[in-house]
Design a protein around this ligand. Structure first.
Ligand code: SF4
Ligand code: SF4
Length: 368
């Protein structure tokens, strides 16, 4: 069985500008079937790290908000805090970053809610009973929302090959604990050279897993539950994630988490990928290198696998832009993501998603 992916390109006319086209895309992809009157609608996006400019323009998000409000529902923009320390690792900093990047109420016409609370602890354990995880730790307000509209910026990604809908959901909607579980099976590590033995981290650990012995912090792996909080607290960056997951395992973890995110949302989701500003790496970096291909357009679907497969295919059909970082696989039909990250087997993400019946890689692309 094939899924349908709807597509608009970037062309605009006096009769229909890009914003109007975006509204038509949402309607054609079935937003009115997904959203009911008075539904609380989570629009899950990435506000961009400070210094990054490749994230989706807030004025486009406003159009999505408008469509949802037209259906008499209540939209809010949301994301969960990051695992690593940066400008989005707690709710106040995350909201400040979002505002600095242009996601103010006056622009987007909707409130911002950080889905996993002040410090990334507000989570729901969702039973998924899959191979890698029996339970997924998902940000509370994603679980609590009646509807989930995922709006992802499609681009390259250093660990996943590409980042689209599945990345926006599986990693983006996980609480800090959920994110750490996807990245590592180990407790964080203390880098002894960086540790000053100040002890500031010790009272921050809810599990009493941290102590200072011989002027260096120590983590007791028996007590540590992998919440990841200590990573943020050390002023010297001495507590770090142990990135021990192989890429295929990481991809499977992320896909299984996506199942957790979607578990209570049957018939209540819509996925949108903006294939614009296709930067080589994630919007989590405080920079973005030049886009690798031209702005292609926007796709929408109710199938999270089909939409990512279609987005990869649309990018790979292009020639690369002159002056970008790619030096191989530059022509139409060549694999741009393999060239960006040769060690990442990006199809594995989609093959595994299909295996656990998250969706299908078979799709019809309908240009509207
Ligand atoms: S890990 Fe960081 S916060 Fe903890 S004792 Fe060492 S320097 Fe201080
Ligand atoms: S990850 Fe959480 S439980 Fe483990 S040492 Fe750090 S703060 Fe404590």
């Amino acid at each position: 069985m094939k899924s349908t992916v709807y597509f608009i390109d970037m062309r605009a006319t006096f009769r229909e500008n890009f914003q109007a086209k975006l509204g038509r895309l949402l309607e054609t992809a079935g937003i009115s079937n997904v959203v009911n009157k008075r539904d609380l609608v989570a629009i899950k996006l990435h506000f961009g790290e400070l210094g990054n400019t490749a994230f989706i323009r807030p004025v486009h998000i406003r159009k999505i908000v408008e469509r949802i409000k037209n259906l008499e529902a209540i939209p809010f923009l949301t994301d969960a805090n990051t695992l690593y320390s940066g400008t989005r690792s707690d709710a106040p900093n995350h909201l400040t970053t979002a505002l600095c990047n242009g996601f103010s109420y006056s622009v987007v016409d909707a409130p911002l809610v950080i889905a996993d609370g002040l410090r990334g602890r507000s989570e729901t354990a969702v039973d998924i009973n899959l191979t890698r995880f029996k339970t997924a730790h998902i940000a509370n307000e994603i679980v609590n929302a009646d509807v989930l509209v995922s709006v992802a910026h499609f681009k390259g990604h250093e660990l996943a090959g590409f980042g689209g809908t599945i990345k926006n959901l599986g990693m983006g909607c996980a609480s800090r604990k959920g994110k750490l579980a996807q990245h590592s099976t180990l407790s964080p590590k203390v880098v002894r050279k960086k540790c000053k033995g100040c002890g500031d981290c010790v009272p921050r650990c809810s599990q009493k897993a941290l102590s200072v012995i011989d002027k260096k912090a120590r983590i007791d792996p028996e007590k540590c539950i992998g919440c990841g909080e200590c990573i943020l607290f050390c002023p010297n960056g001495a507590i770090q994630i142990q990135w021990n997951q192989s890429i295929p395992v990481f991809l499977e973890n992320m896909v299984e988490y996506t199942r957790g995110v979607l578990k209570n949302k049957q018939g209540k989701t819509l996925f949108v990928n903006f294939i614009t500003n296709v930067s080589p790496a994630c919007d989590c970096f405080p920079l973005n290198d030049a886009p690798i291909v031209r702005d292609i357009g926007v796709v929408a679907s109710t199938d999270p696998v089909a939409i990512d497969q279609a987005s990869v295919d649309l990018v790979n059909q292009e020639s690369v832009l002159p002056g970008c970082c790619l030096k191989t696989n530059t022509g139409p039909g060549e694999d741009k993501f393999k060239s960006l990250y040769p060690k990442v087997d990006w199809p594995h993400q989609l093959i595994y998603a299909e295996k656990i019946q998250l969706g299908t890689r078979n799709y019809d692309l309908i240009k509207i």
